[in-house]
Write a protein that binds this ligand. Sequence first.
Ligand code: DAT
Length: 188
Amino acid sequence: MRSLPNILVTGTPGVGKTTTCTQLVSLASQSSPPLDLKHVSINDIVKERSCHTGYDEELQTLIVDDDKLMDEVEKEIADGDGAGGFIIDWHSTAGFAVRWVDLVVVLRCDETSVLYDRLASRGYRDEKVQENMDAEIFGVVSEEAKEGWGEVEDGRVVELKSVQAEDIEENAERILLWVKNWVKDHGS
Ligand code: DAT
């Protein structure tokens, strides 16, 4: 039984997942009582534990070995006797078991010029920038999340706007409030 919820923070590359997760973990550590949330960067797991089968030059990305990755994710979140508190940072919900995650937060950036600048400044090729922009416009990650979690229980998938700098702080505060309510409801 988890004493803290696991949260999957997802969205198109560049929407602000890593920045939001970092802010959330920091806010949680300063709250009273402090909450020990742990940021799990799936990007780091892919690289450090070789959960890939090579590099796609065209898409400028590692080709992820989904089975191996999900085995590693399962091991990671079972850590600490499954006490929870993992804030999982990944651009997809595919492969995640619904039972691993208590809340899915989909960050959205509907101002295309803002997202364009963030992606271009990473040195992505035009095709890669365009592919990610299209994914964001069509809400691909959001649809995928709702297919997985939306039917399970109301409120398991939330979309938060991540366009301006203030949104980062506001979103981190909202997620932290949700964590605190979860802890209250789950009686620990
Ligand atoms: P992701 O982890 O989703 O790929 P990130 O957290 O690395 O995204 O953010 C990419 C860049 O965009 C980074 O320089 C921070 C900036 N950024 C992200 N969300 C933002 C927001 N809401 N306001 C201002 N800048 C933001």
